[in-house]
Write a protein that binds this ligand. Structure first.
Ligand SMILES: *Cc1c(COP(=O)(O)O)cnc(C)c1O
Length: 476
């Protein structure tokens, strides 16, 4: 099974060939040539599987060119109780993504029990092993350069720490992250992890990454790479927990379910779309946004109108403060009947800041519903879930629960994806509940550990000099 580009003008490639790449050469995103199908017999068999076995079953359909024994070794190293042990009372770490039932027909799928307490660990931890494996086979190295305001950067660092052939240079805005986020990232002492705190804002960090990446000579010489949310392997790894959640919430494969997904870059819910296209009986994919509601607007109106940074608002669910969803192009490719030329044309408009009108296509047949949530909504939902069920949820998960309850079709069990643990957003928990957020069982005293980071001005030359001084041998 090969991968093609959403813009239709790149050669078909295998999973391992696209693994380390970002965009396809024509500027599009990779998708399977056709979605591998899961038969009823397979579904019946998969229902009984433990997480690592289920992951292996799903991923062997998507990463078909990795030798089975190699894939199995990486999957078993990734999906272990020791890696996903930050569970709350009553949850089992062996489940990796335990399903917590709030009341009959209403569930929370715990995706945040990994090292950085957000769902991104589920995919990123596998990516660390996949990258190390691919680089070793190519006898190559990679220097990952990224910018973060919190979640993605820490998930990448915890996935790549100690991996052979990989270094991570992660830029973060100096003094702008929460105490917990700082402790999480800056306490890493691994030799291949470089935290660089930039005197500036998140946008300055992102501009620096762009400036370095646009210097093609430097980029090639120092093998600069990324791990952003368009990476296909990340999306693939996320497909697994939709199967897991479905089996845990139902008794038979005749049933349908609804998933509600707090969304920003459309990566998480894109994996749900793919699970559904592979044959998982998903009745509804409910997309939740915060005040940055570009995706909710699309699913309500059929018009996609991305916005600029000046119209992107900082909110109390900050990991969803996005006004241009980098994975959305994958869905649009399917929506327009997999017409790459059409997508290329549409994205010319998107990239020049315009809106695209997709009302002529049958959006409804893909099962999406959507809604948005405000700061007040999220505080109210956090309170409601805490009072009614005794469960503390974070602000992003609260957006999903709020919209899920509003949009669910009667009769469908609702599975709300938990995308982070409340301790990551302590301030909002205090505001909503007047108490301190719970600490998960497996979490060490991060805030008490010594920290290390390099503080720098927002200066491209200085950043390049730092990278040059800390990589091994450059490409000649
Ligand atoms: C990244 C993130 C999201 C958004 O996920 P997308 O894949 O970008 O849609 C939601 N919640 C949390 C906590 C996140 O870290």
């Amino acid at each position: 099974m090969n991968y093609i580009s959403t813009r239709g003008r790149a050669p078909a490639q295998s999973f391992t060939e696209i693994l380390l790449a970002g965009l396809a050469p024509d500027g599009g995103l990779y998708l399977p040539e056709s979605y591998p199908q899961v038969s009823r017999a397979e579904l019946d068999q998969w229902r009984e599987l433990a997480y690592p076995d289920l992951a292996l079953a799903v991923l062997s359909k998507l990463a078909a060119d990795i030798p089975a024994a190699d894939l199995e070794r990486m999957v078993r190293k990734t999906y272990r109780a020791e890696v996903y042990g930050n569970v709350r009372e009553g949850s089992a770490a062996e489940e990796i993504t335990p399903l917590r039932t709030l009341e009959p027909g209403l569930h929370l799928l715990e995706l945040s029990n990994g090292p950085t307490l957000a769902f991104k660990d589920i995919a990123m931890q596998l990516l660390g092993h996949l990258f190390e494996y691919a680089l070793e086979r190519q006898q190559s190295e990679m220097n990952i350069l990224g910018a973060t305001s919190g979640d993605t950067g820490s998930a990448a660092e915890y996935a790549m720490r100690g991996k052979r052939g990989i270094r991570v240079f992660m830029l973060s805005p100096y003094g702008k992250m929460s105490v917990f986020q700082r402790a999480q990232m800056y306490s890493l002492m691994d030799e291949n992890i470089f935290n660089i705190a930039i005197r500036g804002m998140f946008d300055d960090c992102q501009d620096l990454v762009k400036a370095v990446s646009n210097d093609h000579e430097f980029k090639a010489k120092y093998r600069i790479g990324t791990v952003n949310s368009i990476n296909w392997a990340r999306v693939s790894a996320q497909v697994v927990y939709y199967f897991k959640g479905y089996f845990a919430a139902t008794r038979s494969n005749d049933e349908q379910v609804a998933f509600s997904v707090p969304s920003g870059n459309f990566g998480n819910i894109c994996a749900g779309h793919i699970a559904r296209m592979m044959g998982l009986p998903i009745g509804q994919l409910i997309l939740a946004t915060n005040e940055n509601d570009v995706l909710d607007e699309f699913f309500r109106t059929g018009v996609y109108r991305p916005r600029g940074t000046s119209q992107t608002y900082p909110t109390s669910s900050p990991s969803m403060d996005i006004s241009k969803a980098s994975n959305f192009e994958r869905f649009v490719y399917d929506l327009v009947g997999r017409d790459g030329a059409r997508v290329a044309e549409l994205w010319k408009t998107v990239e020049s800041g315009g809106a695209i009108d997709l009302r002529e296509f049958d959006i409804a047949r893909f099962g999406f519903a959507s809604g948005r949530s405000s700061h007040a909504d999220r505080l109210r939902t956090i309170r409601q879930v805490y009072e009614q069920y005794g469960v503390m949820i974070d602000t992003h998960t609260a957006d999903g629960v709020k919209v899920g309850l509003e949009e669910r079709r009667a009769g469908l069990p609702l599975i709300c994806l938990e995308t982070a643990l409340p301790i990551k957003f302590a301030e909002s928990i205090r505001e909503a509940l007047g108490v301190e957020p719970e600490r998960p069982r497996g979490l060490p005293d991060l805030e008490g550990l010594p920290q290390r980071c390099e503080v720098m001005d927002a200066d491209v030359a200085g950043l390049k000099a730092f990278i040059e001084g800390h990589v091994g041998t450059p490409n000649s």
